[in-house]
Design a protein around this ligand. Structure first.
Ligand SMILES: *Cc1c(COP(=O)(O)O)cnc(C)c1O
Length: 458
């Protein structure tokens, strides 16, 4: 062990392959279903939405996938990212635990999302896609993809949840600076959007609706435009594995190995990014690291959702997957961690959670911001409200270790900074932020609306 604070890798030490968890899955996730036929999807169906290379990665069982050099070159703008020892936070908590965090906020867009945005823009460009269409909630995914698309001269259309479009003009301006066309969703550019606006011209929108609009635009473009998703799908999780692969090397430099690895969880990509390489070590090399996913109490998909087949979007156009879901019609409370408000969850994470390979907890909004402030004031980084969920859990682990007198080694993923989320901090500091009860009735109502899928996996 050393007394270093920052563990950095040289560019040459940057991993040259992504890790694909499909190779090591101890439990098979259920097949992805066509939303119309409810039969397993065919590559033909998916190829309307995605370039072939990403479809192949989705179903690949190769343990490693080479990162093309063009992608490595752009990764080098911000990778390898640092692994930090949170010494000042440890001191503040007076804990025997060692706390490390992997900091993805150093990317140009301020979060882990460019790790897959760059890859997706690259593969689309390579296969001749004319434009990419996507949705964004709070704006982080749209920001990452607009930056990535500009680097490959790829036009981008973004459907941004209306309420965020109104409340977060800076995110929209960020995307427009990189040349993206940003539309408030629901919009009058799609059939689905028009139908919703006819009912309510001031519809506040939701992530599920914005996904439907983006999917509709891609599906009706005659093959010119492809759709891109920033989380949930297997290929997205694979691209994020570079976080954990770097972290393993950096923990090696620190001379320690984690007892617990923590990530916040919305669709699952930053959590899987840091956790899956450690899962591989658990499965293949007998390590015993606990893998802990942290979600908001207001959108508790893993801890309270039903493990069932459900649509990925509101208009039932996106594929049906088996996941822990709150129901595709569930509209979450307006918590500030916008990136954690999706109704579902990545299928591989759900299968692993169901089989006991992953732990999950949910935490309330107020104590999450308390943790964010403690972290900011000791470590100097103002975290994204999403990432603050991981901080809350890391602090609780460190306090538990203190009570038990254990030297626990804790690693968490700091998925992004919160420089675009200052209105959330303003509300917290003014005392106007609130907790939301677990929305049991709303979830039960939405769960009544799940598709009746007869096919059950063997
Ligand atoms: C989007 C986002 C998340 C949530 O998405 P996952 O796919 O679950 O990682 C978490 N943190 C930040 C900073 C984000 O931008």
């Amino acid at each position: 062990m050393t007394d270093q604070t920052k563990y950095t890798l040289s560019e040459n030490d940057m991993p040259k392959q992504w890790y694909n968890v499909n190779a090591d899955m101890p439990v098979a996730p259920a097949p992805i279903l066509n939303p119309q036929t409810q039969e397993p999807v065919t590559p033909d169906f998916l190829s309307v939405l995605f370039p072939m290379e990403l479809i192949m990665q989705e179903v690949s069982t190769d343990q490693y996938i080479d990162i093309p050099e063009e992608i490595q070159e752009i990764y080098k703008l911000y990778r390898p990212t640092p692994l930090m020892r949170a010494r000042r936070l440890e001191k503040l908590l007076d804990t025997p635990a060692h706390i490390y965090y992997k900091y993805e906020g150093v990317s140009p867009a301020g979060s882990h999302k460019p790790n897959t945005a760059i890859a997706q823009a690259f593969y689309n460009k390579a296969e001749g896609t004319k434009a990419i269409v996507t949705e964004t909630g709070a704006g982080q995914w749209g920001s990452a993809l607009s930056m990535a698309c500009k680097m490959f001269d790829m036009p981008l259309e973004v459907y941004m949840v209306n309420i965020s479009y109104q409340q977060k003009p800076y995110r929209r301006i960020f995307m427009e600076t990189f040349g993206a066309d940003v539309y408030a969703s629901p919009s009058n550019r799609t059939q689905f959007g028009k139908s919703l606006l006819a009912e309510d011209p001031n519809h506040s929108g939701s992530l599920g609706i914005a996904i439907s609009e983006a999917v509709e635009v891609a599906a009706t473009s005659g093959g010119e435009k492809k759709y891109s998703l920033g989380s949930v799908l297997g290929h997205v999780l694979t691209h994020q594995s570079i976080i954990g692969e770097e972290a393993i090397k950096q923990m090696d430099l620190a001379g320690e190995y984690p007892d617990v690895v923590i990530g916040c969880i919305g669709g699952g990509s930053n959590f899987a990014g840091i956790a899956y390489p450690f899962l591989r070590e658990n499965i293949r090399n007998g390590q015993k690291t606990r893998l802990l996913a942290v979600e908001p109490q207001a959108t508790p998909s893993l801890t309270k959702g039903k493990y069932a087949f459900d649509y990925g979007d509101s208009a039932k156009m996106a594929p049906i997957v088996k996941m822990h879901t709150l129901g595709h019609s569930f509209v979450p409370a307006p918590i500030h961690a916008g990136g954690l408000r999706y109704h579902g969850m990545s299928p591989s994470i759900c299968a692993l959670y169901d089989a006991g390979y992953i732990e999950a907890i949910s935490v309330p909004q107020l104590s999450t911001f308390e943790a964010a402030i403690q972290f900011a004031q000791s470590e100097g980084i103002l975290p994204a409200p999403e990432s603050a969920h991981a901080i809350r859990a890391a602090i609780d682990e460190a306090l538990d270790a203190k009570v038990k007198g254990e030297k626990r080694v804790i690693v968490f993923n700091l998925s992004g900074h919160g420089h675009f989320d200052l209105s959330a901090y303003e509300a917290y500091l003014a005392g106007s932020l609130q907790d939301y009860e677990y929305p049991e009735e709303k979830i039960n109502a939405a769960l009544a609306d799940l598709p009746q899928v007869s096919l059950e996996p063997a």
